[in-house]
Design a protein around this ligand. Structure first.
Ligand code: URA
Length: 433
């Protein structure tokens, strides 16, 4: 039997824990036998002293052992791929990537999360589609990946239950932003979720957990190593999150943008990331494609309408109405106009995310109801020239008052300068094992 104070003390003093100790710690915590205050002290010790690569893997494995695992490969008899983002503003990438990959004949099974703070969550976005069910049983999830080639669902309560408790504890004990803890938290869910190959979209910048590129690359390396140890292939795309991704921020608005992208009419930064993530997933798949061939297939699925058809099949299979006209619209739409001429130097992702949150697109408290119709559509982004009076953005709001508050916040999020800023790609790097 472990003595928890002794483990905390050893970690606090920079010592190493065994995998058996970490398993007992996580199982005891998941069962409620070890209290929050001891885990809080443990997380703080890890925050300051870190975990070795063996310990990070042992913690990931210990988290997985607290719940059920899904064997997608065994159930389908072939390689299944998945994608995960570390979280950002306007990030609807999976909603376009899933149908593209499925249209190319590669099974895509993903368990997703809800919004956190200023960042949106894929499940909340999907729930703006009338009728769409995010809560499928594990059997329904597997059946749908088999029959439709694509499912995106909420993680069941039994998938890594210790992470659910631990994440909530870290959120209120200033221990979220530790590489080892983030990597173990994300990868435990990805490994338990059953995909063989995973593309990680590691965001960096104002709107991301990792503000500096070196930190994002280090996090990516740790997650790739965890995947390798668990026998999963992992590729990390390091992408820019200084400004919101694409134009739309807000649930139904983002679904519309994902549909536009599948029709070949998406905003350039979003299209670039969607095409890169899809290409990487096809390269990792069992189709045996080179990067050039995979890229060609992705472009073809977008051009010939098969990705859009896969989207419609997927949404209908989960009970949703795939017709764009069925999505909710906000009653008030208000323009934000430029007060000065120049070039957009920056559009703060956190400010835009927070403005959308206050409009009702996200939750401030755990049980808040989301207004799926509201949000922000930017018309100008970094590098765009603006004249006085040009529309910078649109606010989609429930009423005039909240539209006015959001308009001020969004205007403040724009930095307009005299000089044209240097062009920057949304994809900063791609790291493979
Ligand atoms: N997302 C997760 O699932 N866990 C973390 O720790 C951070 C982001």
């Amino acid at each position: 039997m472990i003595r928890v104070p002794e483990l905390i003390e050893r970690k606090r003093d920079g010592g190493e824990l065994s995998s058996d100790e970490l398993v007992q710690l996580m199982l005891g915590y998941a069962k409620g036998e070890i209290p929050d205050y001891q885990l809080a002290a443990f997380c703080m010790a890890v925050y300051f002293k870190g975990l070795s690569s063996a310990e990070t893997y042992a913690l990931t494995d210990a988290l997985i052992r607290t719940g059920e695992t899904v064997d997608l490969h065994g159930a389908l008899g072939r390689k299944v791929v998945d994608k995960h983002s570390t979280g950002g503003v306007g990030d609807k990438t999976s909603i376009a990537v899933g149908p593209i990959v499925a249209a190319c004949g590669v099974p895509f099974g993903k368990m997703s999360g809800r919004g956190l703070g200023h960042t949106g969550g894929t499940l909340d976005k999907l729930e703006s589609i009338p009728g769409f069910r995010v809560e499928l049983t594990t059997e329904e999830f597997i059946d749908q990946v088999r029959s439709v080639g694509l499912a995106i669902v909420g993680a069941t309560a039994d998938l890594v239950p210790a992470d659910k408790k631990l994440y909530a504890l870290r959120d209120v004990t200033a221990t979220v932003d530790s590489y080892s803890l983030i990597a173990a938290s994300i990868m435990s869910k990805k490994i338990a979720g059953g995909a063989d190959a995973i593309v990680l979209d590691v965001k960096v910048g104002d709107g991301a957990f990792m503000k500096a590129r070196a930190d994002a690359e280090r996090l990516a390396d740790v997650m790739i190593d965890l995947g390798r140890r668990a026998g999963r292939e992992v590729v990390a795309v390091i992408s820019d999150m200084d400004e919101p991704l694409g134009h739309a921020v807000g649930n139904a608005l983002e679904i519309r943008e994902a549909i536009a992208t599948l029709k070949g009419e998406g905003p350039s930064d979003f299209v670039q990331l969607v095409v890169e993530a899809s290409t990487q997933l096809l390269v990792l798949s069992d189709l045996g494609l080179s990067r050039e061939q995979a890229h060609g297939r992705v472009e073809q699925a977008l051009a010939d309408g098969s990705a859009l058809a896969a989207y419609e099949r997927w949404i209908a299979a989960q009970g949703g109405n795939p017709d764009e006209a069925a999505l909710p619209s906000a009653p008030v739409v208000r323009e934000v106009t430029a007060r000065r001429a120049g070039y957009v130097r920056s559009l703060g992702a956190v400010q835009v995310g927070n403005a959308a949150l206050r409009l009702g697109a996200g939750r401030r408290a755990k049980d808040d109801r989301i207004d799926h119709a509201v949000g922000i559509v930017s018309r100008k982004k970094r590098g765009d020239a603006v004249a006085v009076g040009d529309a910078l953005a649109e606010i989609h709001a429930h009423d005039e008052q909240s539209a006015e508050v959001a308009a001020d916040e969004v205007l403040a999020a724009y930095e307009i300068a005299d000089d044209e800023p240097q062009e920057r790609s949304v994809i900063l790097d791609v790291i493979a094992a």
